[in-house]
Design a protein around this ligand. Structure first.
Ligand code: IVH
Length: 680
């Protein structure tokens, strides 16, 4: 990128007593320049020792003159700020995720959709690495980093500014003083640093991270930012969220990557480039080869339509942009030896065989255990203890044994238990699964409790699995109702709690004393009822009472509910013990939010809306929810079946097509009126 003309490096300063505020400003500016030279230009302008000396000097000055410190002071990189809870941050526009292609032909299908939608003869893709870490958003106001947050559910994330400020290559001050801009990207950890972090955790008797992604995520969610500072996290930008009008969006993603990001003070990952469909496969294959030599764990490639003008035109489905796709790399393999098999009882009573392996490194992660799923799978693999086997790891899925490589000399056949390893009751064979049907089995009760409080369930933040296990062991929490009956003194009983934690745990329990029906249904862990089915049930029945009253036949009438689900839901609520626990739960000051009817009406049933152009009165996802609530569909492309096209500013080809097909076109206001007044 060449030398920057703004360089104002000053390495010599007066002694501390004679320091003026102006000297301090010069010192801070110098530190920013040194950071930029080091992290972006790859051209250090001073030695590491020199940098450390100046940083310490700045820190000392801030101790003496606290009022001098600005929010973009490089001393924040050292960490030290402690936050007890993370506020919510709304992402505007939402941080979407990416659709996936697993094979070349799936990618070609994406390419065909692009062609159809933009209708051009030739187009280019910007091909980037798919980083495997944690997505974050950085908000800069007047050039200063003011908020850094995690992606969360895409719409709301957690404010972890104090931790993000410690990430070495996140600029605390942009090199252009824009009024407002949000930058999105991924926080990752180098494989080597990941291994070292785990070694340190292990030595301290703490729980280790399962993979680099968890390490990055865990490090960013620390309360004390000096812990994050130690983890050597790295940030790579990949997109822009929103911006003030003193910034003009470049014409291509490649310019955003190679020009905007470095000009603002970010380091873009070098391995990215412009490709056409004709030379992309070769590049994909070469990246698979190169992958094991890279310092970071990459998940695949992200392929984005290079010209930004197409982005609005193509728009997005609820979840994904239509102009980009993730092309995943194939799973990684390793060879190991099956040393023994243990049996784990899950929350539904299913007993799963787990392979204990000779530890093996797969793509930077030490793997010691792998799932064997069930008896059929063990028979299919035809493996025995002592055999050499192949193991794969894909994303954060638990590693899997994929095949037998060689039989061991003294191989021992795997013996499946006929009694539960926890409660010794006789196991029942249900299709391919062995199931413990003793509802009082400690493992089942404990695993259900853990699930109930977990992220997938009620998401009681401070009440992690380790604490639940301890409460359970001490008999303080025996069922889900007990969680809500706990008093501060009960929590304080746990050894190792300290003085602050009990109140925190109680606060996070209190924060979840009222949840919506679908979250609650998911958390109950009823067999066959995951988050999607929970939503279907809650949309249909609205209240728990109505659902409890429904028999199998009524349940079967509901779209998407098959006999398996109907049976497990109805028997769950018929069960006397479950009824007792639910009763106890609702008398322990736990409530369900009154359901807002998801489907407000069916008055737009069968209608299809297309949103195009830039929308200013509402977000695309809000608009999509509005039409869905009224029984209609939102689609991304205009066809003869489209009922209405809602056109914001700068609407392009879709508006043209709507006019050609004589489809009613609404302004944003007209659309809002239609939603309010109905289809009169
Ligand atoms: S772009 C609208 N680019 O992949 C564009 N995402 O499955 C959405 N990711 O949550 C994201 N590398 O955390 C984009 N070069 C890259 C990426 C990338 C990794 C992650 C990101 C996102 C997930 C989507």
């Amino acid at each position: 990128m060449g030398k920057d003309n703004q360089i104002s490096i000053k390495l010599e300063y007066p002694s501390i007593e004679n320091f003026t505020n102006d000297n301090y400003t010069e010192l801070i500016n110098t530190l920013h320049e040194l950071n930029f030279g080091y992290y972006v230009n790859d051209a250090p302008l001073a030695s590491d020792a020199e940098y450390d000396r100046l940083l310490k000097l700045a820190r000392k000055l801030e101790e003496i003159h606290p009022s001098w410190q600005t929010p973009d002071s490089p001393t924040f990189k050292i960490g030290g700020e402690v936050r007890s809870d993370f506020k919510q941050v709304k992402h505007e526009p939402p941080m979407r995720s990416l659709d996936n292609a697993a094979t070349w032909s799936e990618f070609l299908a994406f390419d065909a959709r692009v062609q159809k939608s933009i209708g051009e003869a030739l187009w280019y893709y910007h091909v980037e690495p798919k980083f495997d870490g944690l997505a974050i958003e950085l908000i800069y106001e007047n050039g200063v980093l003011t908020t850094g947050s995690t992606r969360g559910d895409g719409e709301f994330g957690e404010d972890v500014t104090h931790n993000i400020r410690t990430i070495e290559n996140v600029p605390l001050r942009l090199r252009k003083k824009l009024k407002y801009i949000s930058i999105r990207g991924e926080v990752v950890i180098r494989l080597q640093d990941f291994e070292e972090t785990n070694k340190e955790l292990e030595a301290a008797g703490k729980k280790i991270f399962a993979n680099p992604r968890n390490a990055a995520a865990g490090s960013l969610r620390q309360k004390d930012s000096s812990l994050t500072a130690k983890r050597k996290l790295v940030f790579f930008p990949y997109s822009l969220g929103s911006w003030s009008n003193d910034f003009i969006l470049p014409e291509t993603q490649s310019q955003i990557w190679n020009k905007t990001f470095p000009e603002l003070g970010f380091r873009s990952y070098e391995k990215a480039g412009i490709y056409q469909i004709s030379n992309l496969e070769k590049y994909y294959l070469s990246m698979i080869e190169e992958r094991s030599t890279l310092p970071f764990d990459l998940d695949g490639l992200v392929i984005k339509l290079n010209e930004t003008r197409f982005w609005d035109e193509m728009g997005s489905t609820g979840k994904f942009p239509r102009w980009a796709i993730a092309f995943k790399f194939p799973a990684r393999l390793a060879i190991s030896v099956l040393e023994s098999v243990s049996f784990q009882v899950g929350r539904t009573g299913i007993v799963t065989p787990v392979a204990n392996l000779k530890p093996v490194n797969i793509g930077g992660v030490m793997v010691k255990r792998a799932s064997l799923h069930n008896k059929d799978e063990v028979e299919r693999l035809d493996i025995a203890v002592g055999d050499t086997i192949e193991v794969t790891r894909a994303g954060d899925v638990i590693p899997k044994v994929t095949r037998k490589i060689k039989e061991g000399p003294n191989r021992k056949l795997i013996q499946f238990p006929d009694r539960c390893p926890t409660c010794s009751s006789v196991l029942k064979q249900e299709e391919v699964y062995l199931r413990c049907i003793n509802r009082d089995c400690e493992s089942i009760r404990l695993e259900s409790l853990c699930y109930f409080a977990s992220r997938e369930g009620l998401d009681i933040e401070g009440l992690g699995e380790e604490w639940i296990r301890k409460f359970f062991e001490l008999g303080i929490v025996k069922d889900i109702a007990d969680i809500f009956e706990m008093k501060l003194v009960d929590i304080q009983k746990l050894p190792g709690m300290g003085s602050i934690l009990p109140q925190k745990i109680l606060d996070s329990i209190n924060a979840r004393r009222e949840v919506d029906l679908s979250t609650f249904l998911t958390a109950l862990g009823i067999a066959n009822v995951g988050p999607h089915i929970a939503e279907v049930l809650s949309a249909e029945f609205s209240t728990l009472e109505a659902l409890q009253d429904a028999n199998e036949e009524t349940l079967l009438q509901v779209h998407e509910i098959g006999p398996g689900i109907a049976r497990s839901v109805s028997s769950y609520f018929k069960d006397k013990q479950n009824q007792k626990i639910l009763k106890k739960l609702f008398s322990a000051n736990f409530n369900l939010k009154t359901a807002v009817a998801i489907k407000k009406s069916n008055e737009f049933q069968g209608k299809t809306f297309v949103f195009t152009g830039s929308l200013t009165r509402f977000t695309r996802s809000d608009a999509e929810s509005m039409v869905k609530e009224r029984g209609a569909r939102a689609s991304g492309s205009v066809s003869a079946n489209t009922s209405f096209v809602v056109a914001g500013e700068k609407a392009g080809s879709k508006l043209k097509k709507a006019n050609e097909l004589n489809i009613p076109v609404l302004s944003e206001d007209e659309f809002l009126n239609l939603m309010k007044e109905g289809n009169k």
